[in-house]
Ligand binder design. Structure first.
Ligand SMILES: [Fe+2]
Length: 377
């Protein structure tokens, strides 16, 4: 279909709106947005009409993506139909054409889902894991929970095993609503698995399941803000975490994990999203990893971790954006898999109590007044 678009309107959109729109989103949400980010949101709407899929494709933090869509609606480039589908208007389609925006194609390897690992060898472990996980506690908002899919848990285990960080090794799992400690132990590879977890329900569940199955896993109650108990300092070969994504929380979590590692050559694994962390935050965090923590980043595997949908999503995001109040039709929340390795010359980080705003900053998915107060730190 061909559309006739008033020339002035197109020129206006072309030369003025992208930068201004990005600036308006930044002013409203406090999330730094570029004109290219706005293009990506528009291109994502061209590819999908489902809000949560658009958010996953756009790779900008939730508050910024939602505010961009709201403004595009105001500008007449996007409309929301009666079913909640987000669609380009005729003008929006013309805009995509004029700017040659590529909605993108999916080149993900169907064999491995883009992870680059063959999980075939873990097939029986996967079934055992599903049995063990059947009665797992439900995800809670107060702990920012939302667990990995079985395939993602097993892929993490496979990655650790493949990189030589699991067999015969001591594994520290910092926070484990994913039940990764149990999944790792099911392979029979690790010497010992210690899970440190703030949620009593999970501590009990993991210990019960480990005891029933005779797995070398022990869970203990622990909060990130507390210093790592002395007996676990420099005790482990590998740590694994899925931290909340404020810079403060990332720093505290990495401090605990690295304090737990024995020394150079030991590795840490964690996920980082684009939905709750802008590339600006990625940059600051990576600088912290290199300068303060003195590690090498050996792997960043895009969209490695897929999370099962969790019950509290729609109530937790607030009601600023009506088009976001739709139940997800897919496992849309994904994170990149980071592997870091300690290098020689690492002198350790200070193991002391640290308080921080653990879960929320202006890029968070969960509604927070700070998301709505303009630019702030
Ligand atoms: Fe593949």
């Amino acid at each position: 279909m061909r559309y006739r678009v008033p020339f002035n309107r197109l020129v206006g959109v072309n030369f003025m709106d992208l930068g201004r729109l990005a600036g308006e989103v930044t002013a409203t949400t406090g999330v730094e947005l570029t004109p290219r980010d706005v293009e990506r949101v528009i291109a994502s709407v061209a590819r999908s009409s489902h809000f949560w899929e658009i958010l996953g494709l756009a790779r900008v933090p939730y508050p910024a993506a939602a505010e961009t869509i709201r403004l595009l609606q105001d500008q007449g480039l996007v409309q929301v139909d009666g079913t909640g589908a987000i669609l380009l208007t005729a003008e929006g389609q013309a805009f995509v054409k004029v700017h040659a925006l590529d909605p993108g194609q999916d080149f993900t390897c169907p064999g491995c889902g883009g992870r680059g690992l063959d999980l075939g060898k873990l097939k029986s472990g996967m079934q055992e894991f599903e049995e063990l996980a059947k009665g797992r506690p439900e995800a809670l908002l107060k702990y920012d929970q939302g667990h990995l899919t079985t395939a993602s848990v097993m892929a993490r285990v496979a990655l650790m095993a493949e990189r030589g960080d699991l067999a015969g090794k001591r594994l520290l799992v910092l926070g484990d609503d994913d039940l990764l400690g149990l999944a790792a132990a099911l392979t029979g590879l690790p010497q010992e698995v210690v899970v440190l977890e703030v949620d009593d329900r999970l501590v009990h569940y993991i210990n019960d399941q480990a005891a029933k199955s005779g797995l070398p896993v022990k869970a203990h109650k622990y909060a990130f803000k507390d210093q790592l108990p002395d007996r676990w300092v420099k005790y482990f070969d590998t740590f694994n975490a899925d931290p909340p994504e404020t810079l403060e929380a990332l720093k505290v979590c990495l401090t605990r994990g690295l304090c737990g590692l024995a020394g150079a050559g030991c590795a840490g694994y964690f996920g980082l999203t684009r939905t709750e962390a802008s590339l600006k935050k990625w940059h600051l965090f990576q600088a912290m990893l290199l300068a303060e923590f003195k590690v090498a980043i050996t792997d960043i595997i895009d969209n490695f971790n897929h999370y099962a949908n969790w019950g509290y999503l729609l109530e937790s995001i607030g009601d600023d954006y009506p088009f976001a109040q739709v139940a997800p039709k897919l496992n849309w929340f994904k994170s990149s898999m980071y592997r870091i390795e300690m290098v020689s010359g690492f002198e350790g980080v200070e193991n002391k109590p640290m308080s921080c705003e653990l879960y929320l900053d202006e890029e968070a998915l969960i509604y927070h007044p700070r998301n709505h107060g303009g630019t702030n730190g």
